[in-house]
Design a protein around this ligand. Structure first.
Ligand code: GLP
Length: 235
């Protein structure tokens, strides 16, 4: 795993946007695996700027997101679909029909997980998967567990995740308690992985990168990925 340490969130974001932009330049119809959360916001702003300046063209890009809350429709401002639409998709020239997220309100969630897994496979797996990391080491919504979940699945969110994500909701009771997420196996199939983390994640990034590979720290599996880069901001 390559770890790049940078001074600030701004530098982390600029670097991540350059790496993703480079991927789009090299393969205009690439499949980008995307993430939500505070960590990638600056990266998306960088991509939006580059697109506005005519440096990047998203017209052929396909995107697959890691996860979605169960029970939230795409027009709910707390949903990850809404986050992606407002922070990236509506601000670049991507074809909305080529942007995919799991459906958090599917009637049959098991069927939805199988559908999403098959969809990501049919696209040929992500060329580049962007990841954030939870304080407990989760990637996507793969929480610490006895095993590494391989495929897309629904998950009960850890209490610490509900706490952490409640900052974006009016009341903690409003935070969904379950989500649908790509599996660890799906994430590992991406040709490149780029994990971005702010200074508050230094300790968990250290454990993920240098500690034992264990499903108790889901991100530690990335030590076994052949092309994983971590950008860690010191401030
Ligand atoms: C959420 C998302 C993850 C994200 C993590 C960290 O729970 N499901 O994909 O990486 O939180 O978010 P943040 O970057 O806001 O700290």
């Amino acid at each position: 795993m390559k770890i790049i340490r940078v001074e600030s969130y701004e530098k982390m974001s600029a670097l991540a946007a350059q790496i993703i932009g480079g991927q789009i330049l090299l393969k205009p119809n690439c499949v980008l695996g995307l993430a939500t959360g505070s960590s990638p916001l600056g990266t998306y702003q960088g991509l939006v700027r580059a697109c506005a300046e005519g440096l990047l063209d998203f017209s052929q890009v396909r995107t697959v997101n890691l996860d979605e809350y169960c029970g939230l429709t795409g027009d709910n401002p707390q949903s990850y679909r809404y986050f992606m639409d407002t922070n990236l998709f509506h601000k670049v020239n991507v074809d909305k029909a080529n942007t995919y997220l799991p459906n958090g309100v599917a009637g049959d969630m098991q069927a939805e997980c199988a559908r999403y897994e098959a969809l990501v496979e049919s696209l040929g797996w992500p060329d580049l998967q962007l990841l954030g990391i939870g304080h407990n080491g989760h990637i996507g919504f793969n929480e610490p567990a006895p095993d590494f979940p391989v495929r897309a699945h629904t998950v009960q969110l850890a209490e610490s995740t509900i706490q952490a994500n409640s900052r974006l909701f009016q009341r903690i009771e409003d935070v969904p308690t379950s989500a649908v997420t790509m599996g660890i196996g799906t994430i590992m199939k991406a040709k490149k992985v780029l994990l971005i983390a702010g200074a508050d994640k230094e300790e968990i990034v250290e454990r993920a990168c240098h500690g034992p590979v264990t499903p108790q720290v889901p991100a530690s599996i990335l030590q076994l990925h052949r092309d994983a880069t971590v950008i860690l901001s010191k401030n």
